[in-house]
Design a protein around this ligand. Structure first.
Ligand code: ZN
Length: 211
């Protein structure tokens, strides 16, 4: 099962990814995590990425996709993967298709989490994160203590309404066309209503995948 999670920032992909991983028995792969790991391990692509990072430059798509390809060759990904936030633009979708193709694999489905913009503004506006361990909380105030590590909860600048609307407009311009790209090239695209409780959304997601 090779699955790609897709949807607006704040739609809950990051929350659903580990739950789906548990239910489907395949690991998740998020770009930021594998990038940091490749740099730490000093893999060929990790070394390349480090050159860009040392110069303060963004790591380009081909290097990121190279790292995703290296990671997918590891035995723990042999049975499948849940790609979380890996594809945000059409060129990245094309690149990802090539990476999978080179490994003799293809996406079985794209799971798209659907939610209204205003719901996202509300949801993220009510969110605080632990400044130490990054655990997100809903309905807790900045300055309170993290249940997990005792760190201080804070509101992220990214979660202010104006910043969220800006991220959503970037999504509309760059990422929404990816959905059409997958639909056109014959990939199974399943949409999931992402409003409601975390459990409800997980159940809908599994149902959409026929599980
Ligand atoms: Zn914490």
């Amino acid at each position: 099962m090779n699955l790609l999670l897709f949807g607006k920032p704040g739609a809950g992909k990051g929350t659903q990814a580990p739950r789906l991983a548990e239910s489907l028995g395949v690991p998740t792969l998020a770009t930021g995590d594998v990038l940091r790991q490749a740099v730490r391990e000093g893999t060929p692509m990790g070394k390349k990425a480090k050159e860009y990072m040392n110069r303060g430059d963004l790591v380009p798509d081909d290097v990121i996709l190279g790292i995703v390809g290296e990671t997918l060759k590891k035995p723990e990904y042999a049975r499948g993967v849940i790609l979380d936030g890996v594809v945000r633009t059409v060129p990245q979708a094309e690149g990802m298709q090539k990476v999978l193709g080179d490994l003799g694999r293809k996406l079985d489905a794209v799971l798209c989490f659907e939610i209204d913009n205003e719901e996202i503004v509300q949801r993220l506006g009510a969110r605080t994160v632990c400044e130490k361990c990054q655990t997100p909380y809903t309905g807790r105030n900045a300055g309170e203590r993290c249940d997990k590590c005792g760190g201080t909860l804070m509101r992220r600048k990214d979660d202010e309404p104006d910043a969220i609307r800006n991220r959503l407009s970037v999504y509309d311009q760059q990422t929404a066309p990816v959905f059409n790209w997958y639909t056109r090239n014959g990939t199974t695209v399943a949409t999931v209503n992402a409003t409601g409780t975390v459990d409800d959304v997980s159940q809908r997601a599994l149902k959409a995948l026929g599980r």
